[in-house]
Design a binder for this molecule. Structure first.
Ligand code: LLP
Length: 425
């Protein structure tokens, strides 16, 4: 969606003070563009909403792990929520202090746990008993004590897309309440672990505050017998609106619901989407306009390989013309028609937008897919041997832009196989 950083002025789309078309012309399409100013202002808006609780905000790197994005957030004071050795590696490269990294994830390998311990990662969010054993053993081997927050599965159903709900009993995530109770009663079995916190995250893009409230209440009941447990990590999940008519609770509402419960605790938050989604856009070019079966398809050079959310979750992203035709330029064009915006990938689900009203777009026109900063580039693939797109940031001054990841080349696509292949031949 359009916002203070991504807006039209005189018919042209801007990212802060930079013309989006200028970046697209110089770098080519498809291209991801992020406003670092918007990233940092989103962080500040979350801090303000939750001001009563003075939370430690750990940006969830899974949403967008570009080094420039991570660095801007680390410099603005955020910690990082990482779910793999790779994310920890990136966070450290971007300047995060190890003690400000939370290591979460359902299936951490021993190598990842060892790496995190060696680096001195601050928190381990643990969600299975086998992992507790591994971590205890590895920490003891390293002569360290690991700080643990058990991740509770509160068996609370979040109102969100079924693919991104995590807190219901049938999900693979977290530990059931009885297991949390049992582990806390047997802390002495894990001499190299310190059980200092509890963690709960019931899903992403949450549409109601009550489920989160219930989940936090259950977590607090479980730690009530242990007054030394003073930290509650309430996960991520703050929603963003993807469409003008999408009603989502304000971040203030989450804060107002949770603050009375959490007063006196140290609170950790792991927002991803709410920080980066609306700071990013994917710019694509129209290649062809195809009339078929009574429908109009705009075939673009962007696809599900660059942005898989519409294909995977039937997610809606607003799509706008980068340059809106002025009334005089618009003369030869028809009024808005319903079009499907699709990519070149060989899948029927390769659609960026279905049945959209766009002023009669022409080959060569640039389209911006909005609110694409989160779970966009990180979920991009090379399917159909498409080189992944470049990432550009508009820096915090709002004036300058930089390519912070170059476009992949065909050579990049074969690089990891080339030696083997050449040696076989
Ligand atoms: N903490 C935990 C434990 C998580 O599992 C997640 C997201 C977050 C924090 C960050 O959640 P956020 O603030 O971004 O909602 N690919 C999906 C979203 C997957 C979310 C996975 N976990 C999508 O494109 O909608």
């Amino acid at each position: 969606m359009l916002n203070d950083s991504i807006y039209h002025h005189d018919g042209a789309l801007y990212c802060d003070s930079v013309l989006v078309s200028e970046i697209a012309v110089q770098v080519g399409t498809p291209v991801y563009i992020y406003s670092l100013r918007r990233v940092v202002s989103n962080l500040r808006r979350i801090q303000t909403a939750f001001a009563d609780l003075q939370p430690h905000i750990h940006y969830s790197a899974k949403a967008n792990a570009n080094l420039a994005v991570l660095r801007a957030l680390v410099e603005a004071g955020a910690g990082i929520d990482a779910v793999s050795g790779g994310e920890i590696y990136r966070a450290l490269l971007a300047g995060a202090k190890a003690e400000n990294i939370v290591f979460a994830g359902v299936g951490k390998t021993r190598d990842e746990l060892r790496y995190a311990l060696e680096q001195g990662v601050g928190w381990f969010n643990v969600e299975n008993v086998g992992e507790l054993h591994h971590l205890n053993e590895l920490a003891a081997d390293n002569g360290k004590t690991a700080q643990v927050a058990l991740r509770l599965n509160p068996d609370v159903a979040a109102q969100t897309h079924r693919h991104i709900a995590t807190g219901h009993g049938g999900a693979k995530f977290g530990l059931p309440a009885e297991v949390v109770r049992d582990v806390l009663a047997r802390q002495a079995d894990y001499p190299a672990l310190r059980f200092d916190g509890i963690h709960v995250h019931i899903g992403s893009q949450l549409h109601d505050t009550q489920a989160t409230q219930r989940a936090v209440e259950i977590a607090l009941e479980l730690i009530a017998p242990y007054p030394e447990i003073r930290t509650v990590n309430i996960g991520g999940g703050l929603p963003v609106a993807y469409a003008p008519d999408e009603r989502v609770p304000a971040w203030d509402d989450f804060a107002a619901t949770l603050a009375p419960l959490l007063r006196g605790y140290t609170v950790l938050l792991e927002p991803g989407r709410s920080i980066i989604a609306d700071a990013g856009l994917l710019v694509v070019s129209v290649l062809y306009v195809k009339q078929q079966a009574g429908q109009t398809f705009l075939i673009t050079d962007g696809s599900m390989a660059e942005l898989i959310r519409p294909a995977l979750y039937e997610a809606h992203h607003e799509i706008v013309l980068v340059n809106r035709p002025s009334p005089s330029q618009g003369e030869g064009r028809q009024a808005a028609t319903q079009v499907h915006i699709v990519g070149p990938v060989c899948e029927t689900s390769d659609m960026l937008g279905r049945s959209r009203a766009l002023p009669d777009a022409q080959p060569g026109d640039l389209l911006a897919v909005l609110t694409a900063g989160a779970y966009g580039m990180v979920m991009a693939s090379n399917y159909n041997q498409r080189p992944r797109p470049p990432e550009v940031v508009v820096t915090e001054d709002g004036q300058t832009w930089r390519v912070v990841r170059r476009r992949e080349t065909w050579d990049d696509l074969v690089r990891l196989e080339r030696n083997v292949y050449d040696n076989l031949a």
